[in-house]
Ligand binder design. Structure first.
Ligand code: ATP
Length: 248
C-alpha cells in the first residue's frame, strides 16, 4: 500500500490561477475524497499529481518518491486513472481485448493474456466480452472495462474522477461496491473526485472540501452526519447535501 503526499501544488491556465498551494497527505490504503463546486479544481489536482498535466509547481510524492522522478512506465505501474465517461475514454473501434492490451503493450508487459483474464474476473465481467466493442456493452459494463483497463497494470493507486456519475443510480451502487471490494482485496489507495457527498460517505475514510482552487477543510467521513465542519463554506456544503438527502 502506498501513501500520497502533495505539497504546495499550484497551477495556472494562462492568467488564471486555478490551484493555490494545495497540500494533501493521504495514507497508504486510504480512500480519500475530493469534493467541492464545479470548477473548484478537483480534477486538476488528479491531472497534475498523475502528470497528465505537467505544468504546475509544487511536489507530489508517492511513498516518498517524487512522481517527476518516475519514468512513464513506473508511473503507469504505480498510478492509474479512471474517468467519469467510459464511452469517451474507450476507442469505439477497438475491442475490449485490445483496450486492455494496449496499456500492457505500451508499458512493455508481456504476460498479457493472464493479466487481462484476471482483470475481467476482478471486475465481474465474462471473458467472452473481450471480443465485444464498447457500444455492445451497457454503461455499467463499460465502466467495469475502464476499471479493468486500470487493473491490468497492477497499480498501487487509483485516481477516480467521478467514476459513477455518468451511470444510472442503480448501476452506480454496483460499481461503487465493486470499487470498495477491489480496495479491500488489493490494498489500493484511492483518491476520488465526487460532487456527491453520499458517495463520499459510502466510500471514503476522509475527504477534502475545495473552493476556488484551495483546500477549505479536510474531514473524516464521520463528520458528515452531524455536520462537524469548522469552516463556514464546508459547513454550508455539507448542510446543503444533508438537506437534499432528506428531501429525496
Ligand atoms: N486545460 C485547461 N485549460 C484552461 N482552463 C482549465 C483547463 N483545465 C481546467 N481548467 C479550469 O480550471 C478550473 C478547475 O477545473 P477542474 O476541472 O479541476 O474543476 P472541478 O472541480 O474538477 O470541476 P467539475 O466538478 O466541474 O469537474 C476551471 O475553472 C476550469 O475551467
Amino acid at each position: 500500500m502506498k501513501s500520497i503526499s502533495i505539497h504546495a501544488m499550484s497551477v495556472s491556465f494562462g492568467a488564471v490561477q486555478v490551484l493555490h498551494d494545495v497540500d494533501l497527505d493521504i495514507a497508504p490504503g486510504e480512500c480519500f475524497g475530493l469534493v467541492g463546486e464545479s470548477g473548484s479544481g478537483k480534477s486538476t489536482v488528479l491531472r497534475c499529481a498523475s502528470l497528465l498535466n505537467e505544468n504546475w509547481t509544487g511536489e507530489a510524492m508517492i511513498d516518498g518518491r517524487n512522481v517527476r522522478d518516475m519514468d512513464v512506465r513506473e508511473r503507469a505501474r504505480t498510478l492509474q486513472m479512471v474517468f467519469q465517461d467510459p464511452y469517451g475514454s474507450l476507442h469505439p473501434r477497438h475491442s475490449i481485448r485490445s483496450a486492455l492490451a494496449e496499456g500492457l503493450r505500451v508499458n512493455g508487459i508481456t504476460d498479457r493474456e493472464p493479466r487481462i483474464a484476471q482483470a475481467m474476473q476482478d471486475v465481474g465481467l465474462p471473458v467472452e466480452f473481450l471480443d465485444r466493442y464498447p457500444h455492445q456493452l451497457s454503461g455499467g459494463q463499460r465502466q467495469r472495462v475502464a476499471i479493468a483497463r486500470a487493473l491490468v497494470l497492477e497499480p498501487d493507486i487509483l485516481f477516480l474522477d467521478e467514476p459513477t456519475s455518468a451511470l444510472d443510480v442503480s448501476v452506480q451502487a454496483e460499481v461503487l461496491n465493486l470499487l470498495v471490494r477491489l480496495r479491500e482485496e488489493k490494498g489500493f489507495t484511492y483518491v476520488m473526485v465526487s460532487h456527491d457527498l453520499a458517495v463520499v460517505d459510502h466510500m471514503c475514510d476522509r475527504f477534502a472540501i475545495m473552493q476556488h482552487g484551495r483546500i477549505v477543510e479536510v474531514l473524516p467521513r464521520s463528520a458528515i452526519p452531524g455536520n462537524e465542519a469548522t469552516q463556514r463554506y464546508a459547513r454550508e456544503l455539507i448542510a446543503a447535501s444533508l438537506e437534499y438527502e432528506r428531501a429525496m
